[in-house]
Design a protein around this ligand. Structure first.
Ligand code: ADP
Ligand code: MG
Length: 271
């Protein structure tokens, strides 16, 4: 089968080192799993560094990096590919997963549980020792390049019966658990990412911890590292810490008026 070769792997290389502070042995485990051709599952709340870690690893390994954000309309064809008709000609166009498999890229399926169940099963033969992608529409089994790596992410915090990762899926992966970095490290990340000073960074982290303590009692999740980075960036650009915390953090966490007031009170007590 002649696949459309509009894909240029060189456009998917990450040239500059993405800044990533390791929080445990995740780099070593990832490198070992990659070497042994094992697929990887990143678990953790939103905004705790999963995507940044993947970008860093793709850069380290110097492999093209293809990300797919999963959603409930994502079909198997969106991943595998489809026939397109143009100028009276029908040609096959690889989807992002097929491209990664064919060209030896690292494919990162973000928020895998959002995808439809019938979509998730297409990764099964790729995620065990067969390492093949069935391309039903063209009647081909695409064998993965030895450089290919499959990684998926999943937020166990959103767990519900409908949105859980099936055992048949999860038991194929080496699982790396992510969480918000420890206070000192999180403050260091904020300084490095945004240029704010240590005292301010420590206060933002303290504020984040206060919101994280409210999970379950009114907040679904506390402030992520990502939200702290946003707040720190606004502060760097001259916005007051209270306003930055309100717009970047409180408003992002909740729409509930009482909860907003409570979160704003916390930031007012710190800044
Ligand atoms: N360990 C880390 N090293 C460097 N930056 C980090 C780290 N953890 C979180 N960050 C910062 O937090 C932001 C959000 O992380 P991201 O990788 O987008 O989260 P996720 O993919 O888990 O939702 C990143 O853009 C980065 O600024
Ligand atoms: Mg992400």
């Amino acid at each position: 089968m002649q696949a459309s070769h509009t894909f240029k792997p060189e456009e998917y290389f990450i040239r500059d080192e993405p800044y990533y502070e390791p929080v445990g042995e995740e780099i070593e485990v990832f490198l070992a799993a990659y070497k042994q051709q094992l697929p990887i599952l990143l678990k953790g709340p939103t905004g705790c560094g999963k995507t940044r870690f993947m970008e860093h690893m793709a850069w380290r390994l110097q492999k093209p990096f293809i990300t797919v954000s999963c959603h409930d309309d994502l079909t198997a064809s969106d991943l595998v590919g489809r026939f397109l008709v143009s100028g009276g000609e029908t040609r096959w166009v690889d989807g992002p997963l097929a491209r990664a498999v064919r060209h030896g890229a690292i494919c990162y399926l973000d928020e895998i549980v959002e995808a439809r169940k019938d979509t998730t099963v297409v990764i099964h033969p790729l995620a065990d020792d067969r390492r093949v992608l069935p391309m039903e529409k063209v009647g081909e089994l695409l064998e993965a390049s030895s450089d290919f790596c499959l990684a998926i992410s999943y937020n166990p915090g959103y767990q519900s019966v409908l949105k859980d990762l099936k055992q048949s899926t999860r038991q194929r992966f080496v699982a790396l658990e992510f969480d918000y970095p420890k206070a000192e490290l999180e403050a260091a990340i904020l300084c490095r990412e945004t240029g704010i000073d240590t005292t301010l960074a420590q206060r933002l982290v303290k504020f984040a911890h206060m919101t994280r303590n409210l999970t379950g009692s009114g907040l679904e999740e506390g402030a992520s590292t990502r939200l702290l980075v946003h707040a720190a960036k606004l502060i760097s650009a001259g916005i007051s810490p209270v306003t930055a915390c309100h717009t970047c953090i409180a408003q992002a966490l909740t729409d509930d008026a009482d909860m907003l007031a409570a979160v704003n009170e916390l930031s007012a007590s710190l800044f």
